[in-house]
Ligand binder design. Structure first.
Ligand code: GLN
Length: 491
């Protein structure tokens, strides 16, 4: 395709590759060149294996040359968050603990991406073990927000979001335990979807909080997010929590507006702590829905205000258990210093873990060990599970009155790098709008709905009932089709 620009969305790329207008190798070369030119500034990737990327692309082109049918993501470069195993590639979780880990197998999602003829294009930076909201907890580097390099891209899937926003890859895989797809998507002006818990297999995903973790797509358009979800959703017997439910054709009906759409708005979302510009943009988005014929209804989510507090018991509890395996003997970083003559095994474990984990991960392990300890687990962990059930019940009631709930994705636009690092509570509050969906297991996405006066993107969060991704994506597409926020790119 010499002379004309390469297509930019996944939908366009895969159509062009199938038509023979561009090859997968040309597309991969373009992505690699963009990364080479821009990632020195953005720092979205922790590892890019040029040969592996070109190898995947060559295989796609060979398939086409042989007249074989190409998959739905043929030739599309995809950034992979560095906690999803890809055979032969590093999988460090941006932690010293796993600096040398190269998994001998691939995650189910990685297998599906290859089966769809996508081209995995590098390992995206993240907060260590997915704990954080800015990528500042990465032991490798801090990713910059492509809209303003002094600002955080959000987290923990900050590298994935920045890679897409910077135009390095049209798609990225992220994970979301309490907001880690939606918050960085909002900060970087892209679309990010956390599917229903169990919609996508977590086999080969390094676990953070197993009852909340979910893998999902990050993209510049709703159609691209739908395309990727289509490829990665579905049953996998290797993840016992993976749902055995049919995967609808998310793209087939995407452009059909929903007639009689009821958009729920919860007054409690528009309270103290919410930035005025964000509030205004989100309420204007609700007006857009009205102008498109939607009915706006008030919904109550009386227990959602407890979601951050509940999350910071449940997630660290599960993390403390999941991360117990990294002791330098079973898994993970092993200290150079070991003197078996003069010290016991516990001292050795302590040194391995002390050296391998960063401060935030240690904080979570301490919190979780405490909340699970004998005598306290009823008071904290089990109590939180009860509150979680109430949060869930509120959503069930709300979705009897509406189809989707519209809210801010984040309380503010992207903050400055360094601004919140010394204030964990303020950092945790970044997820005040996103965590409830993880608690309830429901799907939720963020898509661009405006910009601050300072030029930073603002995210609109839409959530829907269990397994209602089709409706959620269609509702998002209705808004996207009526606005042009998603077409803006950072300079
Ligand atoms: N920011 C939240 C945390 O630090 C959520 C992280 C996530 O979703 N992985 O735990």
């Amino acid at each position: 395709m010499s002379g004309s620009a390469l297509p930019t969305t996944a939908v366009e790329i895969t159509a062009a590759v199938k038509a023979g207008d561009v090859t997968a190798v040309e597309t991969a070369e373009a992505a690699l060149a963009a990364i080479e030119a821009g990632d020195g500034d953005v720092a979205a990737f922790v590892h890019v294996d040029r040969d592996a990327v070109l190898g995947h692309a060559t295989r796609v082109d060979a398939k086409r040359a042989a007249g074989e049918r190409l998959g739905p993501l043929a030739g599309v470069p995809v950034a992979i968050k560095d906690l999803i195993c890809e055979e032969g590639q590093p999988c460090t979780c941006s932690s010293k603990m796993l600096a040398d880990f190269r998994p001998p197998y691939s995650a189910h999602v990685s297998d599906l991406l290859l089966a769809a003829d996508a081209v995995p294009t590098g390992r995206a930076n993240m907060d260590e073990f997915a704990m954080g909201s800015s990528t500042e907890n990465s032991a490798v580097k801090t990713t910059k927000n492509p809209w303003d390099l002094e600002r955080a891209p959000g987290g923990s899937s900050g590298g994935s979001a920045a890679a897409v926003a910077a135009g390095f890859t049209p798609l990225a895989v992220g994970t979301d335990t309490g907001g880690s797809i939606r918050q960085p998507a909002a900060f970087c002006g892209i679309t990010g979807l956390k599917p229903t818990y169990g919609r996508v297999s977590r086999y080969g995903l390094v676990a953070f909080a197993s009852s909340l973790d979910q893998i999902g797509p990050m993209a510049t358009t709703v159609a691209d997010a739908a395309l990727m979800l289509q490829a990665i959703a579905g049953h996998d017997a290797r993840d016992a929590t993976c749902l055995d439910e049919p995967v609808p054709d998310y793209l087939a009906s995407l452009d059909e507006p929903l007639t009689g759409l009821r958009v729920g708005v919860c007054r409690e979302h528009f309270v103290e702590g919410l930035d005025a510009e964000v509030s205004k943009a989100v309420l204007e988005a609700v007006e857009v829905y009205k102008s498109l014929g939607a009915e706006v209804v008030d919904v109550d989510l009386p227990h959602s205000k407890y979601s951050v507090a509940t999350y910071y018991i449940i997630a660290p509890s599960e993390a403390s258990s999941n991360l117990a395996r990294y002791d330098g003997v079973h898994y993970g970083h092993r200290s150079e210093k070991f003197d078996p003559q003069n010290e016991d095994l516990v001292t050795f474990y302590e040194r391995n873990r002390g050296e391998g984990f960063g401060d935030e991960v240690k904080r979570r392990i301490l919190l979780g060990t405490f909340t699970l300890s004998a005598g306290y687990s009823d008071q904290y962990y089990n109590q939180s599970l009860k509150v979680r059930r109430l949060i869930k019940r509120d959503f069930v009631a709300a979705f009897e009155k509406c189809d989707v709930i519209a809210s801010p994705a984040t309380p503010t636009a992207a903050f400055k790098i360094g601004e919140l690092v010394d204030d964990p509570l303020a950092m945790y509050l970044n997820d005040m709008y996103t965590i409830a969906a993880n608690m309830a297991g429901i799907p939720a996405l963020s898509l661009p709905c405006g910009f601050t006066a300072g030029g930073l993107p603002i995210g609109l969060q839409l959530s829907a009932g269990l397994l209602a991704e089709e409706k959620l994506l269609r509702a998002a597409r209705m808004y996207e089709a009526a606005t042009d926020w998603h077409t803006r790119r950072p300079a």
